[in-house]
Design a protein. Structure first.
Length: 492
């Protein structure tokens, strides 16, 4: 192979953008970042108010789930960003950290070195703060939108503050700068970084497999019009293709559950049952309210306030609440005239899988998040709907909310369960499908190295080993910041 770099990063999404930026800070190494999509998308991608409309064409993989038994057999659209910046180019722009209890639970489950105290310095660095941040290097510019909460948000915060069932209520930060979406690539790969002589970005390039020789990853295969090109990595290949893409590449390379690989005709290199397993996602249930006397507007984006439901006696929160503003239109649904909320199961009992459809490199993977596959997740949403109904009875919210439109007249547990199974979807937060941990059953060790193969790591949402009681993008960035340090330390 003549095209050789020290590090080859597959996937220019949130994690890949961070890694490419941080690793190329060392001028002694060469870094190649490979992105399947283009370097930028159309202007509509930058408009925060466009979130929730049908996806901007050309920047999505076009993936759907398999039919979901917990949702009455419905298959769901499963957006994944296919552009530099990845899913930060199509997500809701919400920037929320994981809870301390989340990260400490990771450690208790075997992810040594990934607790709150371990990640906090990196979470500060990605905001341009703290001892680990080097002045002059890139960081994320997430902040609240507007100088003060809207009247609806202020009223909601007051109501949440008087209801003991809800905790950690806040106006959350958004990745919006000067009224435009900021992707992670915008933040970490500005022109000054892209101009580095030791960093190469290769866009519109698909990697079907990694290249393995005698138990070592020596590079990647790149699909070209004339065939397969081998691109070498003298130090490491890092998969940052996301919770769907990274396990797909591993399995296509012979690293995955042996029985499944045999089914699709792929030779087994490493029998790794955990690859593509333990997929988590946040089930999303809307609560829609008709308008009150006063409009419940937001600062041009639907979600402004978040809180966590913490019922008495519960060890930790399992459902997140996000406020909805007037006119928010979920994809494929009519706009509604009032306000409302989205309830998200952030600690689901359900676990899903990512599997190969066949051995074809261009085939869409079989994605099964098993939304509401565990009855406990349905029960959590029913409880959350009741808690939300209690919340909106607050006098603080009376001017803003009218009749409940969804779930509507449903009142018994059975009626609410029917509504939930009919109207719940995914909040597009897949993670955990290549989890890290101390246990040999985890596909990755706590340094994010693939077990059974040298020279290969995974750094993206797939490595997350436990719950994330928030929108996961901020957590992925903190993981990538620490991963860049681990890689540099290994290099010495």
């Amino acid at each position: 192979m003549t095209n050789v770099h020290d590090y080859v990063i597959v996937g220019g999404g949130s994690a890949g953008s961070v890694l490419a930026s941080r690793l190329s800070e060392d001028p002694r190494v060469t870094v190649l970042l490979i992105e399947a999509g283009a370097t930028d998308g159309p202007a509509l991608m930058r408009d925060p108010s466009a979130w929730g409309d049908p996806l901007v064409p050309g920047i999505d993989w076009g993936t759907s789930t398999v039919p979901q038994p917990g949702l009455g057999g419905r298959a769901l659209s499963y957006p994944r960003g296919k552009v530099l910046g990845g899913s930060s180019a199509v997500n809701a722009m919400i920037f929320l950290p994981a809870a301390r209890s989340d990260l400490d639970a990771w450690v208790a489950g075997g992810a040594t070195g990934w607790g709150w105290d371990d990640l906090a310095p990196y979470a500060a660095a990605m905001r341009g703060q703290g001892d680990r941040y080097t002045p002059g290097t890139p960081f994320v510019h997430a902040a609240p939108t507007g100088d003060a909460p809207t009247p609806f948000a202020a009223a909601l915060l007051a109501a949440l503050g008087e209801d003991d069932h809800w905790q950690d209520a806040r106006v959350h930060d958004l990745m919006v700068v000067d009224g435009r979406r900021e992707t992670v690539a915008d933040a970490y790969l500005p022109p000054s970084v892209l101009a580095r002589s030791n960093l190469t970005v290769r866009a519109s390039t698909v990697v079907p497999r990694v290249a393995l020789v005698d138990g070592r990853c020596v590079g990647v295969e790149v699909a070209t019009p004339s065939g397969v090109e081998l691109v070498g990595a003298s130090r490491e290949v890092v998969l940052a293709a996301g919770a769907v893409g990274s396990p797909r590449i591993l399995m296509a390379s012979g690293i995955g559950p042996a029985a499944h690989l045999a089914e699709v005709g792929i030779d087994v290199v490493v029998d790794a049952p955990g690859v593509g397993s333990d997929l988590q996602d946040h089930a999303k249930q809307p609560v829609v309210l008709g308008p009150g006397a006063q409009a419940a507007t937001s600062h041009g984006q639907f979600a402004e306030v978040s809180a966590l439901l913490h019922p008495a006696g519960a060890a930790h929160a399992r459902v997140q609440l996000l406020s909805l503003a007037t006119g928010f239109k979920p994809a494929g649904a009519p706009a509604f005239p009032g306000a409302g909320f989205v309830l998200n199961v952030v600690d689901p009992s359900s676990r899903g899988t990512v599997r190969l459809r066949d051995r074809g490199p261009a085939s869409q993977p079989l994605v099964d998040p098993d939304i509401l596959g565990d009855p406990g997740d349905v029960a959590e949403l029913v409880t959350a709907i009741r808690a939300t109904r209690d919340l909106v009875r607050s006098p603080h919210l009376a001017p803003f909310v009218g009749k409940e439109l969804l779930p509507g007249d449903a009142s018994t547990d059975e009626e609410l369960e029917q509504v939930v199974r009919r109207t719940t979807g995914t909040y597009y937060h897949p993670f955990g499908s290549c989890r890290m941990g101390d246990a040999p059953s985890a596909p990755l060790d706590v340094h994010l190295r693939v077990r059974g193969v040298s020279g290969l790591r995974v750094v993206d949402a797939s490595v997350i080993p436990g719950r994330v009681s928030a929108n996961p993008n901020a957590t992925v960035l903190a993981v990538a910041e620490r991963a860049a340090d681990l890689i540099a330390q290994h290099r010495g």
